[in-house]
Design a protein around this ligand. Structure first.
Ligand code: PEP
Ligand code: MN
Length: 343
């Protein structure tokens, strides 16, 4: 529920609304807007008696939020959320963000080398897993904290922002010490203790859609993070498990449109995990931008044939470079652009 205050409502009137909300057993969160202050009422299951609130001085209106997810919904906040990273990259603004990098951080030469090439090609966010959620316990599990240190070194060398995955609550705190964005992987989308820890870690969160999660479940997972106080959440479509094995996953591009309709959060697309095949990645990346995605996250490896994970779906730096040219043209065709390359 949203309590909309009259234009020019006094601070004391806002405080009184928050006090009454607390007395009713809920939490009130004032949200200054361009025209007027709204106070979000959280902690309710949809059966709040609004009559006490509507009668308070300074209150203009009380609006029920009909969706099960509240704070991430467009009903709650009309303007799209824009997330500004330390290197100036804005996610969710007019421009489309390019995130790229290897599936896993493997060694210093690999990550520093590829970061330099990606930056030249125009990516402003470097991806790379240090903690890898592998289907098999015998597969490469990532370099751990040593990998985070290499990512930080790549950031220092290039100015790119860094996004990397945390697998558990302790990992979320550790990742937040090194990275600009914590990634929650598809396998962990409904790991609620991890979602809560990420929401308290103090950095933006990239939340990947579970491989068989509905959009409603994705938005409710995002609600866990926002409810801990972290409003900077980016959603990511990375393909669903389907009945058909012609591609690794079934990439749901309609979800981009649906997210923009239902939520104020930015949404990006990962065509690498979405297809599992480097030859299919450029077409799906182009389609994602055309569909209105706020960014694209692609796996790029200096030598895909030697990658320790996901080589088959990784582009070479040259292929990525060529793709960026096409993505820029598509972004411009729909009144957007790419986030400017770093100096
Ligand atoms: C990844 O980004 O490398 C990854 C493991 O992705 P997902 O969680 O989407 O499988
Ligand atoms: Mn991968």
């Amino acid at each position: 529920m949203l309590i909309v205050m009259k234009h020019g409502a006094r601070g004391a009137e806002i405080d009184e609304v928050v006090r009454v909300i607390e007395e009713m057993g809920y939490e009130g969160r004032p949200m200054p807007g361009t025209q007027r202050v709204a106070i979000g009422l959280v902690g309710n299951d949809g059966n709040v008696d609004a009559s006490r609130l509507i009668a308070l001085p300074g209150v203009l209106n009380v609006i029920p939020v009909t969706q099960p997810y509240k704070q991430v919904s467009r009903e709650w906040r009309e303007e799209s959320t824009e997330i500004r990273l330390r290197n100036g990259t804005v996610i969710g603004g007019r421009d489309v963000v390019l995130m790229a990098g290897p599936c896993s951080v493997e060694d210093e030469e690999q990550i520093l080398g590829v970061a330099a090439e990606l930056k030249r090609a125009g990516a402003t966010v470097l991806r790379g897993g240090a903690f890898k959620p592998r289907t098999s316990p015998y597969a490469f599990q990532g370099l751990g904290e040593a990998g985070l240190k290499l990512l930080a070194a790549a950031r220092d060398a290039t100015g790119m922002a860094v996004v990397t995955e945390a697998l558990d609550s302790e990992g979320a705190e550790l990742v937040a010490e090194y990275a600009d964005i914590i990634q929650i992987g598809a396998r962990n989308m409904q790991n609620y203790s991890l979602l809560r820890a990420a929401g308290r870690a103090g950095v933006p969160v990239l939340l990947k859609r579970g491989m068989s999660a509905t959009l409603k479940e994705l938005l409710l997972a995002a609600e866990y993070i926002v409810n801990e106080g972290e409003s900077r959440v980016v959603l990511c479509e990375r393909g669903l498990r389907s009945f058909d094995d012609h591609a690794r996953n079934l990439l749901d591009l309609t979800v981009v449109v649906s997210v923009h309709e239902l939520s104020h959060l930015p949404v990006i697309v990962d065509p690498s995990h979405g297809t599992g095949d480097r030859r299919k990645v450029p077409a799906m990346a182009r389609a994602a931008v055309a569909a209105g995605a706020d960014g694209v996250m692609t796996e790029v490896h200096p030598e895909p044939a030697r990658a320790l994970s996901d080589g088959a779906q990784s582009l070479t730096p040259q292929e990525f470079n060529d793709l960026v040219v096409e993505l820029r043209a598509i972004a411009r065709a729909i009144g957007r652009d790419l986030v400017p390359a770093l100096e």
